[in-house]
Design a protein around this ligand. Sequence first.
Ligand code: NAP
Length: 484
Amino acid sequence: MTEVYRNYIAGQWVESKSGKTFPNTNPANTTEVVGHFQASGAEDAQAACDAAAKAQSAWSATPAPRRGEYLFKAAELVESRLAMISEEMTREEGKTLPEAKGEVKRAINILRYFGGEGARQFSYQIPSERDNVFCYTLRKPLGTVALITPWNFPIAIPVWKLAPALVSGNTVVIKPASLAPLSSYRVVEALHEAGIPPGVLNYVTGAGGAVGNTLVEHRAVRAVSFTGSCQVGNALYEKVTRRKLRVQLEMGGKNPTVVLKDADLDFAADVLVNGAFFSTGQKCTACSRAIIEKPIYEPLLEKLIVKTQKLKVGNGLEPGIDIGPAVDAAQLETDLKYIEIARNEGALLLCGGNRLTGGIYDRGYFIEPTLFTGVTPEMRIAQEEVFGPVLGLMVANDFEDAMRLANGVKFGLSASIVSRDLTRVHQFISGIEAGLITVNLPTAGVEYQLPFGGTKESSFGMREQGPAALDFYTETRTVYMKYA
Ligand code: NAP
């Protein structure tokens, strides 16, 4: 029988007040239900926030290095279950098993990294202009924080929010995406087994509107960290700023890779295929626009077609699969809709473009990796996030034209350049409107120990990950002490 997973509130595993649950389905095999989760409502979210508020003062008084120890213990527990959690992630989200394993390892690293922050939490001391006055700053937790996470990195994103939040002395209520709640459940379970005190961490599943609204409206909640779509993020912004809550929004992208004429073509094609298609293009940092200098446009296009057509699409649990399914029927429909829009607007399909059918494909949401040429800046495929394996190729007359095209969108999450020309590379780094910039690397593939976040419509608020994460989850207090 399929397992029923419960909410975690005040240190207890509890059912939703309504007793209702919803299924978590495998997108590679829709006949398989991975688990049933609580269809929580406002009352459950309220109970979780109340529990977090009650636990706040004792947790913030716990020495930070001791708070970090819970993260170290949880890292060990997650590591001991790496194989199981990775397989579950592939089954609930669809990404390939090696991708899932990489993500679980990253979550373990994040837990350890922020566990170590318990013993750092640097603040600073500044000389006073007055005699015998000692001035310094302190970091204080904000209070209770609400974390709302998407399905595409179902363990890494929850962990890169909850680990810095907890080690800074905040109590947490987390609401994971309904499409992939099991991966973050495993982290909550590990922290529970590590002995985290009741109420410090609370986990509530259920529909975004019902649970999410209650979280952001609860009087104890002092900050909201959200990753997801612009549509939901922008609506949340309206609500939380009315209450003057601290808010962090990480949202969509339309990330470019610029390929200059000096690039090695095979290498550039690999960078593009990796950035655009791995994880089925369902990364906020995935590349969806290849901006290529004219002299190499045709030969690079030929290489891209060959490499794209070699990719194997299938159930990510099978060895040798490069690309899993779209996460659900709605995302598949969105991918196909944008392919249709691109064709209608005059882009030329080079390969892919179809839902895959027959055999195992009939049981899941599989789609061919898709390449378009002749994409021009005003087309919707050049401007709007698809969040699927669809790459538009755009021709640039020269470097300046490439920069104009790359910056000509409302988003600014990640951007990359492929070139050995150091001058151009520096000009790109200086002029590109993106929060994450890579050189001779795909647009996706960031590391946990560095700040993460975008510019323009992609993001709002302070950076996540790395040392910057603590700035969001703490408030600075300034002390002036006359000692003689
Ligand atoms: P989404 O639909 O916006 O959902 C994100 C989270 O918000 C989910 O937990 C969702 O719950 C919840 N939610 C939905 N409606 C809500 C409401 N009214 N109030 C509060 N919470 C609500 O996004 P998604 O489809 O999961 O993720 C894909 C998007 O995330 C893409 O646009 C992608 O670019 C973006 N993303 C950005 C980053 C980044 O760092 N910039 C990273 C990863 C993904 P339910 O699941 O229950 O609906």
